[in-house]
Design a protein around this ligand. Structure first.
Ligand code: ADP
Ligand code: ZN
Length: 435
């Protein structure tokens, strides 16, 4: 078993990849135009026909599709195949509003699972591995996607789903799991529980983890790697484009390779829609060129990141995207300043005695925003002197102020008082939106 799942594609030269993408794009546009009245209308309004799209260089002529379109067209409005040809639906987690549903033919599922197999292989997975999947199963794409990829690779698959953390650890030990797949926040929780049970990395066989579905910082990566004694790999995807496996990290751990034979990526200015040159930070837009049932063209993800074609030491030529540090709609505006929760996570995890458990509470008193960060103390810190706790509070407060330019009230709270996440963590409580 080599280090690639599909070497021909993963290491294809740029020119051949562009040719492959162009052929697939032209066929896909035709398929969508002929079968999806909703999209035909958008194209007609923009005055574009399938004949105008000969290849990747014509992509910019197509209209964008947004989450609002998906909600508008819910549930069948963007379906490009007869329902009788579809075998599955999955749904978004509903992190930012009403859920949307996506449809799959058997072919769509095969390709999606193949993308996940590439991710598992890049993390060192082979048929000798025992892969424990603790992403949620069901409508959420995390469990089914990695489960399918793990089968393809031939790993012994443990379809655990999330929850019951002590049992997760028991199975991990009894069955010798070597690869763990879950959200990064759940991985941190599993690590914390392992240590609470009086165990450590030497008591388990894990070597790698494949973590995604939510933003996480480099500091969080180091924390998980330390707690579990593994190498932690990032994986990215969204229900609208299939699920996890749109992109995946290799051993270089400097961004995720996008599966460009299935998805064409663009970075745009989120305000003007203008396509930005490589290396610019902006909103990620995907066009799926192989999906049959639910092929979205120029779908605006709202995820903010940067694309890079810098040569990667792993040998893959697939373009890389940086870890998205939050969606444009995750961004909080507090006292007029843009704040991403990941900036706060980064500050906290740089402190040796803070834990990855925190919550951001935003409210409004009169016309002024209030901004509080609850940070959970570690057990050691909790029994420490008042003076050192105060010192920690001051340090966090001044680091937050220097990064964000605004002050936050720092509340250090007791160990275990912030709810743990078994799926996507809820980091922000914005009470301004509740009124
Ligand atoms: P929802 O939009 O309801 O959360 P999904 O479960 O489909 O639905 O989640 C997809 C979103 O999750 C992506 O658009 C992105 O914002 C986030 N995401 C997925 N993987 C990652 C990752 N590795 N890093 C950061 N964010 C991620
Ligand atoms: Zn690489």
């Amino acid at each position: 078993m080599g280090k690639y799942w599909n070497e021909e594609i993963e290491c294809m030269d740029r020119e051949s990849m562009k040719k492959l993408q162009s052929e697939r794009l032209a066929a896909q546009v035709k398929h969508v135009y002929e079968n999806v009245p909703y999209y035909k209308k958008l194209m007609d309004e923009k005055g574009v026909t399938p004949d105008d799209i000969k290849g990747v260089d014509d992509l910019h002529k197509l209209p964008f599709l947004t989450k609002a379109d998906l909600r508008d067209a819910y549930p069948y409005g963007l379906l490009a195949k007869p329902l009788a040809d579809c075998v599955r639906i999955q749904s978004t987690s509903g992190t930012t509003g009403r859920r949307v549903v996506a449809f799959y033919t058997q072919h769509d599922i095969d390709l999606w699972e193949d993308c996940c197999a590439r991710a598992i292989t890049a993390a060192g997975g082979t048929k000798e591995d025992v892969c424990q999947v603790c992403y949620g199963y069901g409508l959420f794409t995390g469990g089914p996607g990695l489960n399918g990829g793990s089968h393809k690779v031939g790993c012994l698959t443990l379809p655990m789903s999330s929850g019951n953390t002590e049992r997760q650890i028991q199975f991990m030990r009894d069955l010798g799991s070597t690869i763990l797949c879950c959200t990064p926040s759940y991985a941190a929780y599993i690590g914390e529980t392992l240590h609470e049970m009086g165990l450590g990395p030497d008591d388990i066989k894990l070597k790698a983890g494949i973590f995604g579905a939510e933003p996480w910082t480099e500091e969080m990566r180091h924390e998980i790697e330390r707690l579990l004694g593994i190498k932690a790999y990032d994986i990215y995807g969204l229900t609208e484009t299939s699920g996890p496996g749109v992109s995946f990290e290799c051993e270089e751990q400097t961004g995720m390779h996008i599966n460009e034979d299935h998805f064409i990526a663009e970075i745009i200015d989120p305000d003007t829609g203008e396509v930005l040159p490589e290396g610019s930070k902006g909103e990620l837009v995907f066009t799926s060129i192989t999906k049959e049932a639910f092929p979205l063209l120029r779908y605006r993800t709202r995820d903010i990141c940067v694309l890079s074609r810098k040569k990667c030491s792993c040998g893959r030529t697939l373009v890389k995207m940086t870890k998205p540090m939050g969606r444009s709609d995750d961004m909080l505006i507090i006292k007029g300043v843009n704040v991403f929760p990941s900036q706060i996570e980064s500050v906290l995890l740089k402190m040796s005695n803070a834990t990855p458990n925190y919550q951001i509470v935003v409210d409004r008193a009169g016309n002024v925003d209030t901004f509080e960060i609850k940070v959970e103390l570690s057990d050691d810190m909790f029994t420490d002197t008042i003076k050192s706790v105060e010192e920690l509070e001051r340090k966090i407060s001044s680091d937050i102020q220097s990064i964000l330019g605004i002050r936050a009230k720092i509340s250090l709270v007791e160990p275990k008082s912030i709810p743990r996440s078994e799926g996507k963590a809820v980091r922000v409580i914005d009470k301004r939106k509740l009124v």
